[in-house]
Design a protein around this ligand. Structure first.
Ligand code: AGP
Length: 607
């Protein structure tokens, strides 16, 4: 809402947000009391092709890219949704869990529905409340939302009030870009960062009334009182969210890892002084030192980073660590006490399953420490304390630089606690500290294998299955490698602890099964070499990640990819690089949409 043409702005904003969900898209433009609605299954590009928006002069508009929850991807189910009278239009990110009961109630009052979505139920519920109580839009939204169970970020427009938008949030992210007499509303700042770097992040249970000619008013839905709010100055740059000459965001983000790891330990890792400085950790060090147990909750790639942290924390800090799938943790009725520290890891900071796990942990008295990449995200605000990974915006759906930045932060946390606990020698502490400082340049070296990895990708792009093996702290790297291949090339892949193979998966091995083995010369190297021999004797095709100069595995494997030597506890920061590149090249060779793979979303804001 402002003084510019809304259509090009909304379309560009949707393209920036498309990584969040992309099975259908829609836009509504408003001029006086006329609503122009455009919706389509497919990409934002398909929406942009629906009409000649160059001549669209409306200065108020809203748009949405969808990740289907209720109702298949279709034109009818795409957002925005209109109320029966056509006066109200609404876009929604989230899930209305009690929508069927509300729909039944509305059908009983004569409402008809044109889609299968929970969102269309919400816009008609607001209309019903508005009509039956003669409420202003803000009040009607507030009252309607008090009847809703679930998660939402919504924007509502009423043709009866053409200079106003009402927005509200619970669970799903919502940012308001504060421009000069213009306002932008979005799931994150990337759609409006080129127009303003001033943003207000709505809190849960808040509603804002936005008018063109004055500052937004923010209301607490529960207490029905207006609240003050904090305008954040964002450091995000436009450049950071562009491809920068790379073919895909994923490849750009793989190559950004040396900088991302350096930025993540910048000002925190003072190797010369043998110091680690992390404000969020320092203030609550006692919580970690007195913790009976550390529980890590996360999903997907972040869960794999948690597994790496389990090995590092238990080895260096000697506190029991449990790593939990956030989605299972909430419903497993876990035993949690106020002597537990819960580390919640999330790139987006918006993953609903992880948020739910945090909520449960807090209810049971645990101290929650968040590790997030998105500044101002919900998890960073609901955690008791935390540390940001400074990987910069991660736009490719397949997480890469966030994974290595998460491992960097978790390694710093483990080292700081180990120093305070004196659970490792000063010599070992200094050795790891100095080695961590060298990791960015070693990642640069690992990236030099890119061309070689492309050749290997050509060889295996036609395979339908793949096994990934690793031992110790590189077992989670094997899991992560398999996840990367699955999510962007759609090839079935599984990661296993190398020794676990003989308890079943070895039955899968024949000349058609590529097996990727992390076989660096640390930890149980010899045992990994014998695992490779077991595979070889069953004609499996071996792609081995080895330490520079390795000659033993060289003899056994069909292909070797070298990474620089480093300490075992830090080796996942290097061994994961070739696995990222291999999955990337295979997906590109298979013409897959690498940055927006099918059925996935970058931030899963629904349980
Ligand atoms: C990883 O490549 C995937 N995008 C996905 O598994 C992701 O790691 C998971 O959804 C967790 O996301 P978060 O880190 O933003 O919480």
């Amino acid at each position: 809402m402002g003084h510019r043409k809304a259509a090009p702005l909304v379309l560009k904003g949707l393209q920036r947000l498309e990584y969040r969900g992309y099975d259908s898209a829609g836009m509504a433009l408003y001029q006086d009391q006329v609503v122009s609605l455009y919706k389509t299954q497919g990409k934002v590009a398909d929406l942009a092709a629906l009409a000649n928006f160059k001549d669209a002069n409306q200065s108020i508009g809203m748009g949405h890219t969808r990740w289907a929850t209720h109702g298949v991807p279709s034109d009818a189910n795409a957002h925005p949704h209109s109320s029966n009278s056509g006066e109200l239009t609404l876009i929604h990110n989230g899930i209305i869990e009690n929508y069927e009961a509300l729909k039944k109630l509305l059908v009983g009052k004569g409402y008809v529905f044109h889609s299968d979505t929970d969102t269309e139920v919400l816009v008609n519920l607001i209309e019903e409340v508005q009509k039956s109580h003669q409420y202003q839009l803000g009040k009607a939204v507030q009252v309607a939302l008090s009847q809703v169970v679930g998660a939402y970020a919504i924007v509502v427009f009423d043709t009866k009030k053409t200079d106003e938008l009402v927005v509200a949030k619970l669970g799903s992210p919502l940012a308001i870009g504060m421009g000069d007499q213009e306002y932008f509303i979005a799931s994150d700042a990337s759609p409006f960062i080129e127009y303003t770097n001033k943003a207000v992040y709505l809190e849960d249970h808040q509603l804002a009334i936005i008018k063109r000619d004055r500052a937004p008013k923010i209301l607490s839905i529960a207490t029905d009182t207006f609240t003050d709010y904090y305008i954040q100055e964002l450091e995000l740059s436009l450049d950071a969210i562009e491809k920068g000459g790379y073919k895909h965001f994923m490849l750009k983000e793989i190559y950004e890892q040396p900088r991302a790891i350096k930025d993540t330990y910048r000002g925190r890792l003072l190797a010369e002084d043998g110091l680690i400085k992390m404000a969020g950790l320092e203030e609550h060090l006692d919580k970690f030192l007195n913790a009976k147990r550390i529980i890590i909750v996360a999903c997907g790639t972040s869960w794999h980073a948690g597994l790496v942290a389990e090995y590092i924390l238990e080895d260096l800090v000697r506190i029991p660590v449990e790593v939990e799938y956030a989605s299972e943790f909430k419903y497993r009725n876990p035993i949690i006490s106020n002597q537990d520290v819960v580390i919640a890891i999330s790139q987006s900071g918006e993953t609903a399953d992880t948020l739910a796990a945090i909520k449960l942990a807090k209810e049971k008295g645990a101290f929650v420490f968040g590790v997030c990449n998105v500044v101002g995200s919900t998890i960073s605000r609901v955690s008791h304390a935390g540390a940001y990974t400074h990987a910069g915006p991660e736009i490719g759906v397949a997480s890469t630089k966030a994974f290595t930045s998460q491992i960097t932060v978790l390694s710093l946390i483990a080292l700081r606690i180990a120093k305070a606990k004196e659970s490792i020698s000063v010599a070992q502490y200094k050795e790891i500290l100095n080695e961590l400082e060298l990791i960015p340049q070693k990642v640069e070296i690992a990236l030099l294998a890119n061309q070689r990895i492309l050749e290997i990708a050509h060889t295996y792009k036609g395979n339908h299955n793949c096994l990934y093996l690793g031992r110790g702290v590189n077992f989670p790297v094997a899991l992560e490698g398999a996840l990367k291949l699955k999510e962007i090339s759609y090839i079935h892949a599984e990661g296993y602890p190398a020794a676990e193979m003989k308890h079943g998966p070895i039955a899968l091995i024949d000349e058609n099964m590529p097996v990727i083995v992390v076989a660096i010369n640390k930890g149980h190297y010899e045992k990994t070499v014998s695992n490779i021999q077991e595979i070889k004797s069953r004609k499996g095709k071996i792609i081995a990640i080895v330490t520079e100069g390795d000659t033993t595995v060289q003899e056994l494997a069909d292909h070797v990819i070298e990474v620089p030597e480093t300490l075992e506890c830090l080796s996942p920061l290097l061994t994961t690089i070739p696995l990222q590149l291999l999955s990337y090249h295979i997906a590109v060779l298979l013409n897959k949409n690498v940055d927006q793979p099918r059925n996935l979303a970058k931030s899963v804001t629904v349980e």
